[in-house]
Write a protein that binds this ligand. Structure first.
Ligand SMILES: [Mn+2]
Length: 335
């Protein structure tokens, strides 16, 4: 349920109304927009008398929200969410972000070289997998805790914030200095993991599951937000369709759909979506053109020898060209 307040509503009146709602067992989420203040009510609103609220001095209107996601809903929070990392990097609300780096951390030289190169090309966040969810148990599983340590070395060396995937709650302690925690596609509906991340104070990058609808994805974001963590970044990484020419099918329509439905930032990962390095720059342009808030790109110093996802990884030189192209497209779109 959404309560739209009249323009003149003062803090004392808002406070009184907040207390009144809490006494009824629902939690108001207050969003102070540029021209309107909205109270989104979370909880069991079935016993709330709409007409009674509508009759209050400070209330403009009351609406029921039909979608099952509430805190992730744009109706609750009309302005875009902007997430600010510790070093001041902003994500969402018109701030375009590049997250780039190798699929997995392989060595100190590799991750530091990749970090320096992607930073020089304009990336604001370094990606790199330490814990890898692989389809086969016989494939390289990642360097684990040592991989996290090397990412932190690269962070120290370059100043780039880092994003890496968390696969199990028991590993959370190792992520204390990680800037953004990634939830991978295969864990999008690992509800225990999502609940746990709702209680942590770090931004969460939530990848879309390979066979999940946009609504299911937003419900997973809702799990994190319901625990109090509102810093969720969505990442479209392709879905499974009957098409096998590309690794997955990049659903670019998810970008405008999420922007309609939610205030959360959404970035696009054309590397996992296509599985083909030659298509990555083209689809990156497509993502920027449809309004994505950023890109996540796999960049490897030596793709043919990568331990993971070499076929979809681009070289640092190709990444230089990619960011130059996307930056000029973004400038043209603004102009
Ligand atoms: Mn990968």
């Amino acid at each position: 349920m959404i309560v739209v307040l009249k323009q003149g509503a003062n803090e004392q009146q808002i406070e009184n109304l907040t207390r009144w709602f809490r006494a009824k067992g629902v939690e108001p989420d207050i969003s102070q927009g540029t021209d309107v203040t909205i109270m989104g009510l979370v909880g069991d609103v079935s016993k709330i008398d709409t007409e009674l609220i509508e009759a209050l001095d400070i209330v403009q209107s009351v609406k029921r929200v039909s979608e099952p996601f509430k805190q992730a809903n744009r109706k609750f929070h009309p302005d875009d969410t902007v997430i600010t990392l510790a070093n001041g990097t902003k994500i969402g609300g018109g701030n375009f972000v590049y997250m780039a780096g190798p699929c997995s951390v392989e060595s100190e030289e590799q991750i530091i070289y990749c970090a320096q190169r992607v930073k020089a090309a304009g990336a604001q966040v370094l990606r790199g997998g330490a814990f890898k969810p692989r389809t086969s148990p016989y494939s390289f599983q990642g360097m684990g805790e040592d991989g996290i340590k090397l990412l932190l070395e690269a962070k120290k060396e370059t100043g780039l914030p880092i994003v890496t995937e968390l696969m199990a709650v028991r590993h959370l302690d190792m992520f204390a200095d990680v800037d953004i925690i990634q939830v991978g596609a295969r864990n999008m509906q690992n509800f225990d993991l999502l609940k746990e991340l709702g209680h942590c104070n770090k931004p969460i990058l939530l990848k879309r599951g390979l066979a999940n609808t946009i609504q299911e994805w937003l419900m997973s974001a809702e799990y994190i937000m319901a625990g109090g963590n509102h810093n969720v970044i969505l990442c479209e990484r392709g879905i499974r369709t009957f098409e096998t020419y590309t690794r997955n099918t990049l659903d670019l329509s998810a970008v405008p759909a999420v922007h309609e439905l939610s205030h959360l930032p959404i970035i696009v990962d054309p590397s996992h979506a296509t599985g083909l390095s030659r298509m990555v720059p083209t689809m990156a342009m497509g993502a920027a053109a449809v309004g994505a808030d950023g890109l996540m790109i796999e960049v490897h110093n030596d793709p043919p020898r990568a331990k993971c996802d070499g076929a979809q990884s681009i070289t640092p030189d190709q990444f230089d060209q990619l960011t130059a192209g996307v930056n000029s497209l973004l400038a043209a779109m603004k102009g």
